[in-house]
Design a protein around this ligand. Structure first.
Ligand SMILES: C[C@H](O)[C@H](O)[C@@H](O)[C@@H](O)C(=O)O
Ligand SMILES: [Mg+2]
Length: 392
């Protein structure tokens, strides 16, 4: 079966929520005194937007085939990522057979290795790779999960990330991951407040509901160890991304220090098979959490997930809407998925990448059956104000 060649690659930017889901309005739980590496500076402690967590905005990648079929994807990256797509990556796609996914990925990665390897450049590569999978699904008239080997279960089961695990339990989620609000700079008082918040949620949620802390890279090994042991009293299921993504040695030690039965997780700011090989071979964590829009896309996540599977480590992608759902449903070592509560008070289920994806599915009672619509099963909302800063 011959496929139409790729004619155009276009990169757009969009502001206001969507794939850059930290780009929210005032009063949102996701920007309310959450501990970060910048919390050591009091002026940057209350709001992550104050230090620029939302500076990039959303990157939209569109890939148009010669027959007019368009695949697209959204991720975090904004104008700098759009520049990389238009000025550097597009040359490896335009005029090419869209089924050459591995060769295209290889050329995108190794042509940018001298200035990329992780972060923004791999976000851009991920956006292109996701758009290519969406295009392939539309050309083959198959959902992406069918391109990845098919479903291993009928539906997805979710935990919820947000400030209100008690409400998440009422909505049918299997667990609630809370943002950690106080880091080492706030001393013993901050540590006490963290534990008090956990104790309150344990009281409201009962014994069996999963509760987790998301520490967003904010801690040091000693603080993380103390937090884990104090939280063990309230049956914290996992402590997430406690340390810097570069501190593989610290994660190795935290996994040894953590109470028996508590999971150590990380990976959302890690990238490529090589980064995750380091986490796995140094035995840094019990669950890896790559974001498919940041780690290299589907093509790279296949390699990452298989590495984890070979070591008996769960791979639960960081919340990335349909882009992770289509992957998770095909993997035995991904038994559940993350859903990020994007309602400002975390009190209702709204589409994670709202308003960018038309037809974006959401869990109902904590579960979701994916449709068999082609590609990732969503369409781009062209009313969101697409801007193409580096049109060619
Ligand atoms: C809730 C966390 O602080 C982040 O905002 C969240 O995006 C990420 O860490 C997650 O695991 O969902
Ligand atoms: Mg996280």
């Amino acid at each position: 079966m011959a496929f139409p060649v790729i004619k155009h690659v276009r990169a757009f930017v969009v502001r206001g929520g969507g794939a850059d889901y930290h780009d929210q309005g005032d009063g949102h739980w996701i920007d309310d005194h959450i501990a970060t590496p910048m919390s050591r500076y009091p002026e940057y402690r209350q709001s992550r937007q104050s230090f620029g967590i939302n500076v990039l905005g959303t990157l939209v990648v569109e890939i148009e085939a010669a027959d007019g079929t368009i695949g697209f994807a959204v991720t975090t990256g904004g104008e700098p990522a759009a520049y990389i797509v238009e000025k550097h990556l597009a040359r490896f796609l335009e005029g090419r057979d869209p089924t050459e996914v591995e060769k295209i990925w290889d050329q995108m990665y190794f042509s940018t290795q001298y200035y990329g390897r992780k972060g923004l450049v791999v976000n851009a590569i991920s956006g292109v790779d996701l758009a290519l999978y969406d295009l392939l699904g539309k050309l083959r008239q198959e959902p992406v999960y069918a391109l990845l080997g098919g479903k291993v279960r009928d539906e997805l089961t979710f935990y919820a990330t947000g400030a209100r695990p008690d409400l998440a339990k009422q909505m049918g989620f299997i667990g609630g991951k809370m943002p950690l609000h106080h880091g080492p700079a706030e001393g013993e008082e901050g540590l006490r407040k963290n534990i008090e918040e956990l104790a309150t949620m344990r009281e409201r949620c009962g014994e069996d509901f999963w509760l987790m802390f998301d520490c967003w890279m904010s801690l040091d090994l000693n603080y993380a160890t103390k937090l884990a042991h104090k939280a063990h009293e309230y049956d914290l299921k996992w402590i997430e991304e406690a340390l810097s993504p570069d501190d593989y040695w610290g994660y190795r030690d935290l996994k040894k220090n953590a109470p028996k039965g508590m999971l150590v997780t990380t990976g959302e700011h890690e990238a490529t098979r090589w980064g995750f090989r380091m986490l796995l071979e140094m035995e840094c964590c019990d669950i890896i959490q790559p974001d498919v829009g940041w780690c290299g896309g589907v093509t790279e996540l296949i390699k990452i997930a298989n590495l984890a599977d070979s070591k008996g480590v769960m791979m639960i992608p960081h919340g990335s809407s349909v882009y992770s759902y289509h992957f998770v449903i095909t993997r035995h070592n991904s038994p559940f998925a993350e859903f990020l509560m994007m309602a400002p008070k975390a009190d209702e289920v709204v589409p994670m990448f709202h308003p960018q994806l038309i037809g974006e599915p959401v869990p109902v009672n904590g579960k979701l059956k994916l449709s068999d619509a082609p590609g990732f099963g969503v369409e781009l909302n062209r009313e969101v104000g697409l801007h193409r800063p580096y049109a060619r």
